[in-house]
Design a binder for this molecule. Structure first.
Ligand code: GH3
Ligand code: MG
Ligand code: MG
Ligand code: MG
Length: 323
């Protein structure tokens, strides 16, 4: 008998390792104030999963905020309200997506309905059947893995939609949306908005002399220099090619001009180390500065004034700020 037990456990261990590799094994919090019952569920699951027993609802909630894949809660616990815990888990941003399996005493159909209304994913009636437990747990964990994957992809695509891939700055689309909202507020008497339009001087020459990849490196390093010279509330964006826009909330023209001058000096003041540190090259920029002028202003009009100022800066010999 002992030999059979031992080999059964061994198979359990191997199955557990395989499940972990396949990604169906999970970390499970079992919340039950009945130690014996909790232990029994944990034992059933431990070959494939990593169960953690919590006898207290508040403690279970805290643990569930960590890397946990499933909560199994006794809906008929004596010392806490299991359905209340489930409701708390659902309304907490940190645990909102955690699957919950409620274990329910026989003859508790009304409670089962309430459990499902609260957002419990599945119910398991007592007496617990080992195979049913295992199957329901596995289903919940697989589903969680999949929704986690979708959510991560969604976050990633949302980020892609607003980020410039070369520099990591905001992209033009994002900038336009933000600028539209800020200019509308300024036009209704809100805070002024400063806008810098920055263009790298003779960038074609950099590409022609050092190659397109080095040109890209310069743009990346340039983006870092701009981003580290503005406040956290400012929005540095790649407008396209080697043109950049910085949108600065609460910044009138004179202040915007000072910031532009600081950026110009910071970019042109020290050479860019490129091509794996082998080359040093100097790049300068020209900046057109504009700010909102109150009533009737539009984002296009502000950008147009910045563009006209930039044109003047170029015409005046480049490496200049014009407001
Ligand atoms: P200036 O602005 O001082 O008038 O001269 P410029 O040489 O910078 O003028 P222009 O705007 O005509 O040229 C910009 C060049 O930037 C042309 C284009 O090939 C290059 N460029 C645009 N986008 C990128 C990019 O993502 N990477 C690299 N390496 N080059 C780019
Ligand atoms: Mg250009
Ligand atoms: Mg140009
Ligand atoms: Mg240029």
């Amino acid at each position: 008998l002992r030999a059979r037990e031992a080999s059964g456990r061994r198979i359990g261990v191997i199955a557990g390792a395989a499940a972990r590799l396949a990604g169906t094994g999970g970390r499970i919090v079992i919340c039950d104030d009945n130690e014996r019952q909790a232990r029994k569920i944990a034992d059933e699951l431990s070959a494939e999963h990593r169960p953690i027993i919590e006898s207290d609802a508040d403690q279970a909630h805290l643990t569930a905020r960590g890397p946990v894949d499933l909560l199994i809660v006794n809906a008929n616990a004596r010392r806490f309200d299991g359905l209340r815990l489930a409701a708390q888990i659902r309304s907490d941003e940190a645990t909102r997506h955690l699957p919950i399996l409620a274990v329910i005493d026989p003859g508790e159909r009304p409670r089962m309905v309430k459990a499902l209304e609260i957002g419990i994913n599945d119910v398991l009636p007592r007496p617990i059947d080992a195979q049913e437990l295992s199957a329901r747990v596995r289903t919940q964990i697989k589903r969680k893995r999949y929704t986690d994957f979708l959510r991560k992809n969604l976050d990633h695509s949302l980020e892609l939609a607003v980020t410039d891939q070369l520099t990591g700055l905001h992209n033009r689309r994002y900038m336009t949306g933000q600028l539209t909202a800020l200019v509308a507020r300024a036009a209704r008497g809100g805070d002024p908005v400063g806008v810098l339009l920055i263009d790298v001087d003779h960038f074609k020459k950099i590409n022609d002399s050092f190659g397109h990849d080095v040109g890209d490196e310069v743009l990346r390093e340039f983006a870092v220099r701009v981003a580290t010279n503005v406040r956290a509330v400012d929005l540095p964006c790649r407008f396209g090619g080697e043109e950049f826009v910085v949108v600065m909330p609460g910044t009138p023209l004179a202040a915007a001009e000072r910031i532009a001058e600081r950026i110009r000096l910071h970019v042109g003041g020290s050479p860019f180390r490129v091509a794996g540190g082998k080359e040093l090259l100097t790049a300068t920029i020209s900046i057109g500065v504009a700010a909102t002028i109150g009533e009737g202003d539009t984002p296009d009009a502000v950008l147009k004034r910045a563009d006209e100022a930039l044109y003047e800066a170029k015409a005046a010999g480049r490496n200049k700020v014009v407001a």
